[in-house]
Design a protein around this ligand. Structure first.
Ligand SMILES: Nc1ncnc2c1ncn2[C@@H]1O[C@H](COP(=O)(O)OP(=O)(O)OP(=O)(O)O)[C@@H](O)[C@H]1O
Ligand SMILES: CC(C)(CO)[C@@H](O)C(=O)[O-]
Ligand code: BAL
Length: 286
């Protein structure tokens, strides 16, 4: 018989559901999400299932990582469909806390990440973002106390910030990165892709194309600055406003050292119409 997928909405019922698993020595995986689930999220779930006995998926559109000008209120909320997908994927528990459960009256403590969080990139354009992410992910990891937690490489800087957070706060959870799932034409799956009009969706493919082209040029020995300038020009021709299109050290996210050709990661964020997309790619090494 297929096992049941349960939904809990409070820390108390979460703990009650998880305790027997932990007591039986079962390995628990957490996949944090904001819902509006797509195949990219389900790939994270699949990876979690391979590595653990029990999989918990959290769904929480976290208000503290959105600036007042951003899309918190219009962010897609599709709980019914999400639940069905997670049930079909064999998830044990869906943790969908309310905002009051996560941030009760009097809530007054935040985790303030440094390191990768201060590397510019997303932080330069969304200065509120990593503080909100670190605080909510810290809470989720302490609430679920999973053995592993899976995050997507699509949000590469976020993956670095979360890995550092778990190490710095001595959390017993191993953070695992999962490769980016893409559409057939290369566009990274993202919940925000639903905002794109048909015309914008057709032009959005310029983002992965510009990254692939720049990565190939750098691997072939072209100066990094020229490859990046060509990438930005490609985006501009497709009608994107580029926030950043940069090459960084893949581990630390520090700017590249002079002549650095190994451990290079390209990271980009660009706006097409009202939609902001991010993506990144490793530069292949010879
Ligand atoms: N295409 C993808 N491939 C791999 N992981 C992904 C992909 N899209 C999202 N994820 C990961 O899923 C987790 C939850 O992300 P989230 O719910 O914000 O979805 P999203 O599609 O990134 O949404 P958004 O459009 O808000 O950025 C994060 O760890 C994120 O990196
Ligand atoms: C990690 C996360 C679930 C925290 O709200 C969110 O930033 C996301 O979905 O990537
Ligand atoms: N996928 C990261 C969450 C956000 O952009 O708000």
């Amino acid at each position: 018989m297929a096992k049941e997928t349960r939904v809990v909405r409070s820390v108390r019922s979460l703990r009650r559901a998880i305790e027997p698993w932990a007591a039986a020595g079962e390995r628990i995986a957490l996949v944090p999400t904001m819902g509006a689930l797509h195949t990219g999220h389900l790939a994270l779930v699949k990876l979690a299932r391979r590595k653990a006995d029990r999989v918990v998926v959290s769904i929480f559109v976290n208000p503290t990582q959105f600036a007042p000008t951003e899309d918190f209120s219009k962010y897609p909320r599709t709980f019914r469909q999400d639940f069905r997908k997670l049930e079909a994927a064999g998830v044990d528990l869906v943790y969908a806390p309310t905002a009051e459960e996560m941030y009760p009256d009097g809530f007054a403590t935040r985790i303030v990440p440094e390191g990768a969080a201060l590397a510019g990139l997303e932080d330069a354009f969304r200065p509120h973002f990593f503080g909100g992410v670190a605080t909510v992910v810290g809470k989720l990891l302490l609430q679920v106390r999973p053995d592993i937690a899976v995050f997507g490489e699509k949000d590469y800087q976020q993956l670095k910030v979360v890995s550092r957070l778990a190490r710095d706060l001595d959390l017993p959870t191993r953070i695992i990165g999962a490769p980016t799932t893409r559409e057939a034409d290369g566009l990274a799956l993202s919940s925000r892709n639903v905002y794109l009009s048909a015309d914008e969706r057709a032009r959005a493919v310029a983002l992965p194309h510009a990254l692939v082209k720049a990565a190939e040029s750098i691997a072939a020995g072209q100066p990094v600055s020229r490859a990046l300038a060509q990438g930005r020009a490609t985006l501009s021709r497709a009608g994107f406003e580029t926030d950043y299109f940069e090459a960084r050290d893949a581990e630390t996210l520090a700017p590249l050292k002079r002549g650095q050709r190994s451990r290079v990661r390209l990271l980009a964020a660009a706006r097409i119409g009202a939609t902001r997309l991010i993506d990144n790619l490793a530069v292949p090494e010879g």
